[in-house]
Design a protein around this ligand. Sequence first.
Ligand code: NCD
Length: 401
Amino acid sequence: MADGERLIPPEFHTRLDRPVNRKLPELERNGRLKHVLFAEQLDRAFLDRLARTATRIRELSESKQPQLDLEELLRHKRAMLYFTQTSTRTFLSFVAACQLMGMAIAEIRDPSVSSEYKGESVMDSMRMFSSYFDVIIMRNVEPQLSEVCAYLMNDLDDFNQRSVPIVNGGSGADQHPTQAMLDIYTIQRTFEFEAPTDTPERNRFNDLRAKYPTLMRGLDQKSYAFVGDIGRGRTVRSLAVLLAHYSNVEMHFVAPPSPTLGLQPDLRLWLQSRGIQIYEHTNLASVIGDVDLIYMTRVQAEHNREGQPGPSAADLAACRLSPELVARMKDYAPILHPFPRNDEIPTTIDQDPRAMYFRQARNGIWVRAALLAHLFDVESQVETLHERWFRDRHDYNRAVL
Ligand code: NCD
C-alpha cells in the first residue's frame, strides 16, 4: 500500500480534490486564520500585519524584561510539533518561537517511537494530540496530510469537540507557507534599503538611486529569480504564490532542462492567470545581472526516481552561483536560500553583504512567533507591550535585519 493511501482515509478525498480557492473559507474563522496550510490563504494585508508583529516581537526580545513580558502572553498554551520528515530550521525556529511566546512544547519526530508503530492511525494520533495541546505544527512527506488533519479538526469542531489549529511546516513537495512568510519578511526588510549609517542628508536608498534611477522601495516593480530545483522545491511554490500579490512583478525560473526540476504546469498556469510575466531559463548566467533578487535552492535528490536519468553535471553547474556571477549582480540584489544548501552557493560568498540566507533563517523565529500571536489572537497585546516599553522611541519601524 502506498504511504499516502495508508495515511489519507478515503472519506476525505472529495474535500481534497477541490480547487484551492474553494477550500479557503473553511480554513479561517472570524477573519483570522484558523489553520495554516496554503500560501493562497495569505494576502498582502495579512503579510504586512504579520511583519509588523514580527518586528515588535524581535524588538521586545532584545532585552530581558520586555522578553519576560512577551512570554506571559501565551504561557497558558502548549504546542505539539509533529515533524516526521527531516527538519532543522523549521523545527528549531518553531521551538524558539514557542519559547519566545512562553509556550510549552512537545515533539514527535520519529513515528516509530509513538503508537503509530503499534498500528495507530495518524488520525487517531492527531485527535489525541488535539486533546493535550493547543496547536499542532506538522511536517510530513505526504503532501495532503496536514490538510486532512485540518478537516478532521473542523469535523470535531462541528460536533463541539475539542479542535486545535493545524500549521503546515512543509507538506511533501507541495507547500511550505511559513517559510514563504519569513521569505517575504526578509525581502520586505531588505527592500527598505536602509543602512545603520543613514543620516537625513545621506542615505543608502539615495546612493542606490544614483546608480539605479528607477529603483523603488518595497516588493513591487521587481524582477525575482528562482534557481535550482523549481519543480520539487515547496519553498519556491509557496513564495511565488505570495510574490504574485505585488504589482509589476516579473519571475525568472532557472532550472536544469528536466521535466521534474523545471517549473511545473500547475504553478505556471496559476501565475499566468494572475498576469505575472514568467521567463524560464537553464543558465543562471543569462539573468544574473538583470534581476533584483536571487532565490537559490538545492536539488532535492531524495525525490529522484530510480532508473530515471538525472540532469547532467554541466546542466547542474549552470544553476550554481560563483563569485564571478555574484560580481555581475546588482549592488543591492539579495541572495536568499531556504537551506539546507549543497554546492549551489560556495561558502566564499557568505561574507558578501548581499548573502541574506543566515538572516533569513533567523527571521523565521520572529515571523513564526508572530504567526502564533495571530493564531491565539494576542497581536494587539504584543502591540500594547511594545508601546509600553518603547513609547519614547521615534522610529518604531526601523530595524536592522
Ligand atoms: C526546505 C524544506 O524543507 O522545504 N528547508 C526549510 O524548510 N528551510 C528546503 C529543502 O529541503 O531543500
